[in-house]
Design a protein around this ligand. Structure first.
Ligand code: ADP
Length: 256
């Protein structure tokens, strides 16, 4: 191990590397702690609802009729969804260490995501248009995780758009910046300007009651952002209430 006078030798490089890793682990630990507190809080409410109702039935206050049981089932399935999201967010959190990278064109990844949402967008009588460039769009990604990214973004576009709405997915290969860029554009409800920075926060939903009906947990975009960042990419959003939203994902192009 050699060190020169400016401290640019192997030893100081290694020391800088260790500092960086320690800092990252520290940040992760903080993130995990806040996450656990949020989780406990989010799980408590639906759990209380279910146990109160079952208690009332046991005490003979409520009849265990169909309506009552269906209500309990709905609360339970919200809990199940929440637990599923929690599993995914924990996976996304450690994604950087577990990426199974493959070189692939972004277009089949997007097509796979669209195909898995067919039932959802057909049920709302919506169309999804995919616009691709003539040149290839190669990326080096964990295909399952990147598919999950586009499923989350496109599913939101479906959820927050009225019946018969339209989604446009535009893919570009920006040669100058070396980025593959995907815009997911909807003509749905849109997002007020002041809410834009918050939608990537854990459990954040703009209209809580509406999102709850749509089955949202407010974790989707948190997971999505972390997955994209673990591929050295970024996600941006622009939106106008009543007009629609555009989510833009940029990932470094790979030299396939
Ligand atoms: P959720 O599970 O509630 O959909 P997300 O983390 O995926 O949670 O999104 C957070 C919030 O951002 C949503 O509750 C919704 O209010 C808003 N949002 C996300 N995508 C869109 C979109 N395409 N159009 C309008 N609002 C959106």
């Amino acid at each position: 191990v050699q060190v020169d006078e400016e401290g640019n030798g192997d030893a100081s490089r290694i020391a800088r590397g260790i500092n960086y890793v320690v800092h990252q682990l520290d940040e992760q630990e903080k993130w995990r702690q806040v996450m656990m507190e949020d989780l406990a809080h989010e799980l408590r409410t639906p759990l209380m609802l279910v146990s109160n109702q079952i208690e009332a039935i046991a005490d003979g206050i409520f009849e265990p009729d169909q309506t009552r049981m269906e209500k309990i089932l709905r609360d339970l399935s919200r809990l199940t969804r929440l637990v599923g999201d929690i599993e995914r967010i924990i996976q996304a959190q450690s994604a950087r260490f577990e990426l199974r990278l493959e070189e692939i064109d972004v277009v089949p990844v997007i097509k796979q995501a669209i195909a898995s949402l067919e039932e959802a967008y057909r049920a709302k009588n919506m169309v999804i248009e995919l616009i691709t460039p003539k040149i290839p769009c190669p990326i080096l990604v964990d295909v399952d995780k990147m598919t999950q990214v586009f499923v989350n973004i496109v599913y939101n576009a479906i959820k927050y758009t009225q019946e018969s709405g339209k989604i446009e997915i535009i893919t570009e290969h920006m040669r100058e910046t070396g980025q593959i860029v995907v815009h997911v554009k909807d003509n749905g409800v849109g997002i007020p300007q002041e809410e834009l920075p918050k939608i990537f926060e854990r459990f954040y939903r703009i209209d809580k009651s509406q999102s709850r009906e749509a089955g949202g947990s407010g974790l989707g975009l948190t997971i999505t952002k972390r997955l994209i960042e673990s591929h050295d990419g970024r996600i941006d959003v622009s939106s106008k209430p009543g007009i629609g939203s555009v989510f833009t994902v940029s990932i470094p192009a790979s030299s396939m």
